[in-house]
Design a protein around this ligand. Structure first.
Ligand SMILES: Cc1cc2nc3c(=O)[nH]c(=O)nc-3n(C[C@H](O)[C@H](O)[C@H](O)COP(=O)(O)O)c2cc1C
Length: 162
């Protein structure tokens, strides 16, 4: 058996950044009802039966306490013209929900009205993921909300299809 190769943070970022993803805003509500949300590209589908999805949340994230206590979360998939929304929900200083039309489906997690598609989930499991936690959600309601093209994130920059 060969010894495992050392993995430097720079190589890890460069190689994983070569994997193109969509961009989402994952939302929930704090115990006082305040909306909470951040930009996430670690979202993926897990299981069709039951319908499960996951995302990974940095243990240092300010929104961690809300996601640790909430019963549900929503995944809002962004469209190609929503790079500014992605930047706002990644900016620690921004009033992230200002100007956003939001809907409440079943869990109470904010659904962004202008998203490309959205999934409303109850928390199915929380797992250790090193310096992140892995939140697995059971999809309770989902819909495609527009025919726009998706926002793509690749090697640290936003891209569009084509
Ligand atoms: C394109 C993009 C993808 C991101 N993906 C994630 C992610 O999957 N998980 C995560 O914890 N942070 C991710 N972030 C970083 C958070 O959005 C950012 O740190 C945010 O300020 C965290 O907010 P909070 O501290 O209020 O929780 C991403 C940022 C960008 C721009």
């Amino acid at each position: 058996m060969t010894a495992p190769a050392d993995v430097s943070p720079g190589d890890f970022r460069a190689v994983l950044g070569s994997y193109a993803t969509g961009v989402t805003v994952v939302t929930t509500r704090a115990p006082d009802g305040e909306p909470v949300g951040l930009t996430v590209n670690s979202f993926t589908s897990v299981s069709l039966d039951p319908p499960l999805v996951l995302f990974c949340l940095d243990r240092e994230a300010g929104s961690l306490p809300a996601f640790e206590t909430a019963d549900g979360f929503a995944v809002n998939i962004l469209s190609a013209d929503q790079a500014a929304v992605s930047n706002r929900f990644a900016d620690p200083q921004a009033a992230r929900f200002d100007g956003e039309g939001v809907a409440d489906w079943s869990t109470g997690a904010p659904i962004l009205a202008d998203a490309l598609a959205a999934l409303d989930c109850t928390v199915h499991a929380r797992h250790d993921g090193g310096d992140h936690i892995i939140l697995v959600g059971r999809v309770r309601r989902l819909a495609v909300l527009s025919d726009d093209e998706p926002l793509i994130y690749w090697r640290g920059v936003y891209r569009k299809l084509g």
